[in-house]
Design a protein around this ligand. Structure first.
Ligand code: FAD
Length: 481
């Protein structure tokens, strides 16, 4: 460390003002973990080094000055917005890191309904943005379950995806323009245009960087007309996950475009549908868009489903009610905290993607291995919630009782070994170990296998944009000290 903690705090105060720089113990402790270590966090056990400060930036110039200072003095920067990360992306693993928090940069700058795009600062909560554009009859089409908490900077930085992805795509299909600050202080504003072929698509250097290359300050995403009145919803029960996966493939490869296409296995379904589908798998679809488009998709999907005698249709109201309550806000996280502390029963997840030909095998082998190899599992299930013409995602959901182990041992006894099985089996079968939560700090062990020969490019990007390694050490690529 070339500079003392106190000197870091003093300089940050000079750049951003005293009130923007927080060093309270509780704030620093909360900044040492994200939902990967939620059991530790809920138990108020903090194993990562305390950052020197959390600094609430107000504009790109402040970000630029902080990064230049950090770059010159070997200070690790952890960018943060909504604090809903799940893979350790927010863990400051080096001593005296600075958490640069963009949540006060929360202005919606331009709702442009003529060109159908909206521009905002990085700290705008997605739900606030969506509410604002809905007042103009539009939607961003983006609806991750963390919509009430996650903010636009983090959503771009993690390559997030929402529940209506089968129609609107992931953030990569929505992002029109983006501004970011690099470690040497350079501010790059990538203009929002419908499309261009002026060299490589540099938006993709910024998207998914997980705070390891730059700090995102401004985002422009596309808008779509919002027609809730034309939504169709349908749900079906069936016995076998394998049948469900084949039906999802049939719908997608026939060319239909539902906005939502989800399939739950019976175990995961228990948490959601036991009141009307106990012991069953559940398939559900939502179609939307202009009246004729939504109707045509609904009719086509229904025609496919009618052929499948193994499926039984359920009252769509049951699906609609369930779907309306799927998102997580701060109150729900607080409820979870209380429950976990009381029961020591923890729920964690890992999401992957795979080609159609591999997904069934991955599902079966992962399930068998986790149930046989990991102790104290109370639920192990999966659902698919994002579908593509060439494959699908799987979202493994696992609950375990934390038995005979201190809070800080929980991730090594349960969470990491489960993740290891999922990542290894997925990569072996030709899938991707991360569908939408990012690599964070807890999937870096498999980053070389994930990328294979293309890891060259990932490493070169890091070396080019962050040559001194000050951006979020240990995320995406392992920290070598
Ligand atoms: C209950 C729950 C449900 C979820 N559901 C979904 C879902 O449906 N779909 C989905 O994709 N994800 C989901 N997530 C994961 C999470 O919400 C997303 O990864 C989200 O994009 C993170 O946004 P955030 O603003 O909270 O970012 P943070 O948690 O603050 O940060 C996430 C990562 O991005 C980096 N980062 C943050 N801001 C910036 C910035 N301005 N510039 C550069 N890097 C930055 C951080 O360093 C970190 O590595 C869920 C999480 C929870 C807790």
């Amino acid at each position: 460390m070339s500079i003392a903690r106190e000197a870091i705090v003093e300089k940050l105060k000079k750049i951003c003002g005293d009130e923007a720089v927080v060093t309270d113990l509780e704030v620093l402790q909360e900044a040492t973990y994200d939902r990967f270590r939620k059991y530790e966090g809920y138990n108020k056990v903090f194993v990562n080094p305390l950052p020197a400060a959390v600094v609430y930036v107000k504009n790109k110039e402040e970000v630029s000055e902080i990064l230049r200072f950090a770059n010159a003095n070997d200070i690790n920067i952890v960018p943060r917005t909504g604090h809903s990360a799940t893979e350790g992306g927010l863990e400051p693993i080096r001593e005296n890191s600075v958490v640069v928090d963009g949540s006060k940069m929360n202005k919606i700058l331009d709702i442009d309904t003529y060109n159908m795009q909206v521009t905002c600062e990085c700290g705008v909560v997605l739900e606030d943005l969506e509410d604002a554009v809905r007042a103009h009859g539009c939607t961003t089409g983006h609806s991750p379950q963390s919509k009430p908490i996650a903010q636009m900077g983090g959503l771009v930085a993690t390559r997030s995806i929402g529940q209506f992805s089968t129609m609107y795509g992931g953030i990569e299909d929505m992002l029109a323009g983006v501004e970011a600050v690099f470690p040497d202080g350079t501010i790059c504003d990538i203009k929002a245009v419908p499309r261009r072929s002026a060299g490589p698509d540099i938006r993709h250097v910024i998207m998914g960087n997980e705070g390891t290359l730059c700090f995102i300050t401004k985002v422009t995403v596309k808008l779509f007309p919002y027609y809730p009145e034309y939504q169709h919803c349908m749900g079906f029960t069936l016995d076998k996950m394998e049948d469900g996966l084949r039906i999802m493939r049939e719908v997608m490869t026939t060319g239909y475009r539902p906005s939502v296409a989800r399939l739950y296995d019976a175990e995961d379904g228990k948490e959601h549908f036991s009141h009307f589908a106990p012991g069953k798998c559940v398939i559900l679809f939502v179609t939307e868009g202009p009246e004729l488009v939504s109707q045509a998709n609904a009719d086509g999907i229904r025609k496919i489903m009618e052929k499948h005698r193994e499926c039984t249709e359920v009252d769509p109201k049951l699906i609609e009610t369930w779907f309306a309550n799927l998102n997580w806000d701060a109150a729900r996280i607080e409820e979870e905290r209380k429950e976990v502390l009381q029961t020591h029963n923890v729920c964690c997840t890992t999401e992957i993607s795979a080609p159609w030909s591999a997904v069934e095998g991955i599902y079966n082998v992962v399930k068998e291995r986790v149930i046989n190899e990991i102790p104290d599992i109370t639920v192990f299930g999966a659902h698919a919630s994002h579908c593509y013409p060439n494959g699908i995602n799987l979202y493994f959901v696992y609950w375990y009782n934390v038995v005979d182990c201190a809070p800080e041992e929980e991730i090594n006894k349960y969470h990491r070994p489960i993740k290891k099985i999922i990542c290894e089996e997925t990569i072996k079968a030709g899938g991707s170990m991360c569908h939408h939560h990012g690599v964070g700090k807890h999937r870096t062990a498999w980053i070389d296998q994930e990328h294979g020969s293309a890891l060259y490019m990932v490493k070169r990007l890091k070396a080019a944009f962050d040559p001194n390694g000050i951006m979020n050490a240990g995320s995406i690529l392992p920290y070598k000290g």
